[in-house]
Design a protein around this ligand. Structure first.
Ligand code: NAD
Length: 258
């Protein structure tokens, strides 16, 4: 079940955290991969590539800044010409920035929206014509519980971007359903990754630990917890799930405030 054999997937932010785990999961499920790597963050893409190739995947790697339309278009075009199509996009690249209201000027606002929201749209837009041609498409966005089921003070732009992704996939789901294309968003709760462990912009190691006893599942999430959901949503078996936000937070959002 949930095999991805014969499918080509683009994953943005593939060198770390949720993106890297999703790449491994997709490779193990039989997909070929276009891995979008943002070297400025210092993550190494090679281990992700090697693991995927060990699983038998054909892999294309490209340096991609999702704020650059030509970068995004180029990796999609390479995937189509070298791997034979474009069936699944995991628009996962994202940044979190902690900014006080008084400091949330146009530059700070626009930078985050350009990565977390516009970057997803650039990837979807480039892939849609190929998905239409194939009669199969899975447009997947990494949203968040922040902005969708809960608030994240000092992260207003992040919350706005993550909520906007939900509006995007809902409308795409309706417009593209007749082509065999689904569009969904995933809302991770607290997942142990470079982003959440960054004490300047996010919870930091202590903040991540502190939240553990508020999670009904009894632990902080792993990137693999999210990757499993992305495998399901990318599969043929998920054809009847579209326009949805899937919350994957170990029940944290249900647990009340104390
Ligand atoms: P991460 O920092 O490991 O992953 C983010 C990836 O995005 C990195 O590989 C980074 O290099 C890449 N990236 C950053 N700017 C980019 C740009 N301009 N162009 C291309 N790539 C860029 O952390 P993660 O937690 O795995 O984050 C993945 C996604 O999950 C993000 O969208 C994040 O907002 C979301 N998310 C994370 C959590 C959590 O608790 N970790 C919770 C909810 C949502």
């Amino acid at each position: 079940m949930f095999r991805l054999t014969g499918r080509v997937a683009l994953i943005t932010g593939a060198a770390s955290g949720i993106g890297a785990a999703t790449a491994q999961k997709y490779a193990a499920a039989g997909a070929d991969l276009a891995l979008a790597w943002y070297p400025a963050d210092g993550h190494d893409i090679d281990p992700v590539r090697w693991e995927a190739e060990k699983s038998g995947s054909r892999v294309v790697v490209a340096e991609v800044d999702v704020t650059q339309t030509d970068h995004v278009d180029a990796i999609v075009n390479r995937a189509v010409s070298e791997l034979g199509g474009m069936h699944i996009v995991v628009a996962n690249a994202g940044i979190a920035r902690k900014v006080e209201i008084e400091d949330l000027d146009d530059a700070a606002w626009n930078q985050l929206i350009d990565v977390d929201l516009n970057g997803a749209w650039r990837a979807f837009r480039a892939a849609i014509p190929h998905m239409k041609k194939a009669g199969y498409g899975r447009l997947l966005a990494t949203s968040s519980v922040a902005g969708t089921i809960s608030a994240w003070p000092q992260h207003l732009h992040y919350s706005a971007a993550k909520a906007a992704l939900v509006g995007l996939v809902k409308s795409l789901a309706v417009e593209l359903g007749e082509f065999g294309i689904t569009a969904n968003a995933v809302a991770p709760g607290v997942i142990r990754t470079p982003q959440s462990l960054d004490p300047i912009n996010s919870l930091g190691p202590e903040g991540v630990e502190a939240v553990r006893n508020k999670i009904p599942a009894g632990r902080v999430g792993t990137p693999e917890d999210i990757a499993h959901v992305y495998q399901f949503l990318a599969s043929a078996e998920a054809a009847y799930v579209t326009g949805q936000l899937l919350v994957v937070d170990g029940g944290r959002g249900l647990a009340g405030l104390d």
